[in-house]
Design a binder for this molecule. Structure first.
Ligand code: HEM
Length: 462
């Protein structure tokens, strides 16, 4: 009788989860040093090809589980999101730029998201379209003045224009142009965060290394500026910028406003999250267009038809559908946020493999977006991947450049509006070519996915 009962029970249970496969590691350190040697992203891509869609790594004491399938992304970021939090994996980021919406958890995060969300709706960001257009025209005027015989470093140019957009949207002034020391401090801080954000081996902040000294100095300069602007606003009244919106935002439940420290952290996080990502997207877009004359021709056709020589405005964005597909396709192949991380709270199972509390989950849009099961010719840059009928046929979480679920990108509408306006205005006036047509486009993964080194490109007036 008992045996029958046990037999029946075992039939209703699913098979016990197994340990996910992964590369063999070394004694004590596991895969830590091997992954550093071959370039981190490259190492993870090779492991995907060798071991499949769920891979386990041992990085010293930390067990890391890499997932790439849409349904697993759904599970971690949406379905069972409460089990996967921004814990230790975000500690470096928290230490450097503070505990704002990007890094906070639980109640603290919910409150900040509630406060900030209304500012970033499609309607909310529309007010920044003029700044985006104006910053682009200023960039192009600079090109005009400089002439087109010498190449420009397109990555630096795109960083400059997106920095100008975010700082003018935030404060109504261009930090890079008018506050050189603050601009340099901010750039250093953001670069430091990008490069160290995912590093698990770092000197503590109190050790007087050269990089810690420079970091401390940058934080001081940036803080002096940010607290100065916040106090100046309190004294002299608010303007019509993001900072003013954040300063007046009241929690719908408690009616509370943000403290000075919270405002400072949120401003810094907006700079961090919202300027380099868009700059990298545009940089990769220029590199792709230079290599794909057919795509470039289709883009020009649309821009010339819709704009007929005018500068694009907010009202044109809906008609610039191919322009948007070009941006979507860049975000597929070169997602600036190529990797997202979460810490596991309680035991779970992903794709039949066991996940234990404390395991670090790595979600890799870089691979999800190139997964042959979900993308036709995944390695080819082809904006037709985003024709509406093709989008409809794909699993929703096969494309996640802005993350997914409650923690998805707050600035998605801001970023897409900015990228489309800058691309349309610039491509209308210039043809942009690689200075060395044979240049191999290698990427570097340091927080965001960027081209390795500078990307010199030649401009020709259209
Ligand atoms: C092409 C440009 C951008 C890309 C690809 C991008 C991508 C992402 C991704 C993937 C996440 C989720 C990270 C995770 O789940 O671990 C995220 C979060 C976030 N992004 Fe963006 N982003 C971009 C632009 C922006 C802009 C322009 C802003 C603000 C102006 C912004 C603000 C934020 C914030 C505040 C979060 C945290 C949201 C939360 O945790 O509630 N991003 N972004």
């Amino acid at each position: 009788m008992l045996t029958k009962e046990v037999y029946r029970m075992t039939q209703t249970l699913s098979p016990a989860p197994r340990t996910a496969p992964g590369p063999r590691g070394k004694f004590l350190v596991g895969n830590l040093f091997d992954s550093r040697q071959s370039g981190l992203l490259d190492y993870h891509v090779k492991a995907w090809h060798a071991h499949g869609d769920v891979v386990r790594f041992q990085m010293g004491p930390i067990t890391l589980i890499q997932v790439v399938r849409p349904e697993h992304i759904q599970q971690v970021l949406v379905g069972n999101a409460k089990n996967y939090v921004k814990g230790l994996s975000h500690e470096n980021l928290r230490r450097t730029i503070g505990d704002g919406i990007l890094t906070a958890e639980g109640e603290a995060w919910q409150r900040q998201r509630r406060l900030m969300a209304p500012t970033y709706t499609p309607k909310g960001v529309a007010q920044f379209a003029d700044i985006m257009g104006d910053a682009t025209r200023k960039l192009l005027a600079g090109w005009e003045a400089r002439g087109t015989t010498q190449p420009v470093m397109i990555n630096q140019e795109m960083m400059q224009v997106t920095m100008s957009v975010i700082s003018r949207s935030m404060f109504g002034l261009d930090i890079g142009e008018h506050f050189k020391e603050t601009g340099d401090g901010l750039r250093y801080l953001l670069q430091h965060v990008s490069e160290r954000g995912l590093s698990s081996v770092d000197w503590p902040a109190w050790v007087p290394t050269e990089s810690n000294r420079r970091l401390k100095n940058a934080v001081r300069v940036v803080d002096d500026f940010l607290y100065g602007v916040i106090r100046e606003r309190r004294r002299n009244g608010l303007g019509e910028d993001l900072l003013s919106l954040l300063m007046t935002a009241k929690d719908a439940e408690t009616g509370a406003e943000m403290s000075e420290r919270q405002l400072r952290d949120e401003v810094l996080i907006t700079f961090f999250a919202g300027h380099e990502t868009t700059a990298q997207t545009l940089t990769w877009t220029w590199a792709m267009l230079a290599q794909q004359p057919e795509v470039e021709r289709k883009l020009w056709d649309e821009i010339d038809r819709v704009l007929a020589g005018r500068s694009p405005t907010l009202d044109d964005v809906g008609a610039l559908t191919y322009t948007r597909q070009v941006i979507d396709e860049t975000l597929r192949l070169y997602s600036p946020v190529a990797v997202m991380a979460r810490d596991t709270v309680a035991a779970d199972e992903i794709g039949g493999y066991s996940v234990a509390p404390g395991n670090l989950i790595l979600l890799l849009p870089f691979m999800t977006h190139r997964h042959p099961e979900f993308w036709e010719q995944p390695d080819v840059f082809n904006p037709d991947h985003f024709m509406p009928e093709r989008v409809k046929d794909r699993p929703r979480y096969a494309y996640v450049p802005f993350g997914a679920g409650a923690r998805s990108c707050l600035g998605v509408h801001f970023a897409l509006l900015e990228a489309v306006l800058i691309l349309a205005e610039t491509a209308q006036r210039y043809r942009i070519r690689l200075a060395d047509p044979n240049q191999e486009l290698e990427f570097d993964w340091a927080g965001t996915l960027r081209p390795k080194g500078d990307l010199p490109m030649l401009l020709t007036r259209r």
